[in-house]
Design a protein around this ligand. Structure first.
Ligand code: 173
Length: 322
């Protein structure tokens, strides 16, 4: 028996094939985050990496290379597509060039448990398979909304004359309110504010303290809107190369990661208090204006997604139910 195995191994080597190991080997995946290391939208992914590395000894490991110093945020989607990296923590807003529908994910605020059982996850996974050569392993922060933050007070819901830093998340609503949208990566927000290149910026309710933006922020415009989405993607070839045990460990840990969203309910309240304590004033024009703002934000975003991706955009809207 031993001789035969040795012989077949020798033949494989001679034929240029790798020798099938008796036990599946540990696989190491290279991962990056599109957000700075240790900041709000990297932290839970970093916990995910730690848990995979603890639970996956001998099965699967993640080599976390780090944040945007490794790969610039708007290039992370392409880095996953071409397998420059095997895995990434990245928002769809950073890869709308490859997948215009990705701009619609912010309009889907259902918990991931619902998205996984009602076909939403499956549809979005298919989009990632086709357009990004990626497996949609997890989505985080469905219950965290966005705000527009300002350095100047406004007297009504009108951005005329204001320059606002955006990503695709906020571009349509900023322009619909008469503002000038200037796209930058998160890493350029502080300097843009400090130099007066912009009068405000879009960002989630959480995380503005991480890079010191509180020092150059005076107002937070209410209401909050949309739903944050930061996804864990795996290059599809890398995913297909994993065995069932490796896939299961990653998938189970992905569900655990999505479950961490429940921590955000309390964290958001605490963050709003922290804004107030830092002297960041809420601007609120009352319930009628809020309703009008939310309707406009929803309408312009769907119109924009459906214009760029008529078929899958319409399907996404159906799944979003709004
Ligand atoms: O503002 C941004 O850079 C952005 O689009 C985003 C998306 C998800 C989480 C944090 C920021």
């Amino acid at each position: 028996m031993r001789d035969r195995r040795t012989l077949s191994a020798a033949l494989c080597v001679a034929a240029g094939l790798s020798v099938a190991p008796l036990q599946a080997q540990e696989v190491t995946l290279r991962a990056v985050s599109s957000f700075a290391e240790g900041t709000e939208f990297s932290k839970n992914f970093e916990r995910f990496v730690e848990k995979v590395n603890a639970d996956g000894k001998g099965v699967v490991q993640i080599n976390y290379i780090g944040g945007p110093r490794a790969v610039p945020p708007f290039e992370v989607g392409n880095a996953v597509r071409t397998r420059v990296v095997d895995m990434a923590n990245v928002t769809g807003a950073f890869y709308t060039n490859l997948m215009p529908e990705a701009d619609g994910f912010k309009l889907i605020a259902k918990p991931m448990s619902a998205q996984r059982s009602d076909g939403t996850w499956a549809h979005i996974n298919e989009l990632h398979n086709q357009k990004l050569n990626a497996w949609y392993l997890a989505r985080q922060f469905h219950n965290v909304p966005f705000h527009i933050y300002l350095t100047k007070k406004i007297e009504k819901l009108d951005f005329t004359g204001l320059k606002i830093r955006v990503t695709p998340v906020y571009k349509d609503i900023v322009e619909a309110l008469g503002g000038t949208a200037i796209t930058t990566a998160p890493g350029e927000v502080y300097t843009a504010l400090e130099r007066g290149v912009v009068d405000g910026y879009g960002w989630p309710v959480t995380g503005i303290f991480d890079l010191g933006w509180d020092k150059v922020t005076k107002f937070r415009l209410d209401p909050a809107f949309y739903s944050v989405e930061v996804n864990v993607l795996v290059n599809l070839d890398a995913w297909k190369g994993l065995n069932d045990r490796q896939k299961k460990l990653l998938s189970d840990t992905a569900l655990w990661l999505e479950g961490l969203d429940s921590e955000k309910v309390g964290a958001i309240q605490a963050e709003r208090q922290r804004h107030a304590a830092a002297g960041i004033q809420a601007i609120d024009f009352g319930p009628a204006a809020a309703q009008e703002f939310l309707k406009k934000a929803n309408d312009v975003a769907w119109a924009s997604v459906i214009r760029r991706a008529p078929e899958s955009g319409a399907r996404l809207r159906q799944l979003a139910g709004n």
